[in-house]
Ligand binder design. Structure first.
Ligand code: SAH
Length: 246
């Protein structure tokens, strides 16, 4: 936890923060502060600053806070991701926060297992919890917007054109493999750093099928290759976003 996040519900006065839950346990076991210790704090959706421990017990920590710094800047980055398996979803949610993604759309794809859509990790509360852990890791207070698109065709035809407005769009798709034809008639490019608003699509573990690549291309996305080796979904997300960083 590089940043203690809080909401107005944690304040007992405009400059006084009280922690009793998971954050207190983390403080007591990891940070081990004393009276007078200074910790980085940030209001969810708002400013970042310092909190000074003014009272401490096993039940609660009281901090006097001063918020003076805006959250780290981001550029517009939409990540369209085929819904990963639940275990990976948790990690990816935290990761996309640390990478500064502004909007995440979890989409269906032919090779996404149907059962993944029933996962309790997809509930609003579970997603919010992972995003918050990501913010605490990243030292940020503004989480990406997360939306679910459980039907591929309506998403690509009805929602994607609006998301693509004013953006450069990419779909990561491995270039032709030696052992068989590539799916989709893709002209494939390499990513390069860019400051433009960007949209990036990453496929499921089994990859996008040809029909999906065609639909994404028809919406204006360009196929990009991330190198000769096949990356795990979460690695592909990190590598592609890293290659796009200016
Ligand atoms: N089984 C698929 C690979 C899926 S990897 C195949 O063999 O083609 C999961 C997703 O990560 C892909 O859909 C793609 O979006 C991305 N990805 C992984 N490695 C990649 C690479 N070398 N180039 C481009 N995209 C890659």
């Amino acid at each position: 936890m590089n940043l203690i996040t809080f909401t107005s519900e944690d304040l007992i006065a405009p400059d006084t923060l009280v922690l009793r839950d998971r954050r207190l346990q983390h403080l007591l076991t990891v940070n081990r502060p004393e009276i007078g210790s200074l910790l980085k704090v940030g209001e969810l959706g708002g400013m970042i600053g310092q909190g000074e421990i003014i009272a401490l017990s096993p039940e609660q920590a009281t901090l006097r806070i001063r918020l003076d710094t805006p959250p780290p800047p981001k550029r517009e980055m939409v990540l369209v991701l085929a819904l990963p398996r639940p275990k990976m979803l948790k990690r990816i949610l935290q990761m996309v926060v640390t990478l500064g993604v502004t909007e995440l759309v979890l989409i269906n794809s032919f090779r996404v297992e149907k059962s993944f859509w029933q996962s309790p990790w997809l509930s609003e509360a579970a997603i919010a919890e992972q995003l918050r852990l990501g913010l605490e890791q990243a030292g940020d207070t503004v989480a990406p917007r997360v939306t679910l698109a459980p039907r591929f065709k309506p998403f690509v035809e009805d929602d994607l054109p609006a998301l693509m407005q004013g953006r450069q769009g990419w779909v990561a798709h491995p270039a032709k493999q030696a052992n068989g034809p590539q799916e989709g008639s893709a002209e494939t490019r390499r990513l390069s750093p860019s400051t433009k608003p960007t949209l990036l699509a990453i496929g499921p573990e089994g990859g996008f099928i040809a029909y999906e690549i065609e639909k994404l291309q028809a919406a204006g996305l360009i196929c990009c290759d991330l190198g000769p080796r096949i990356l795990r979904v979460e690695t592909a997300v990190a590598v592609a976003l890293g290659q796009l960083l200016p």
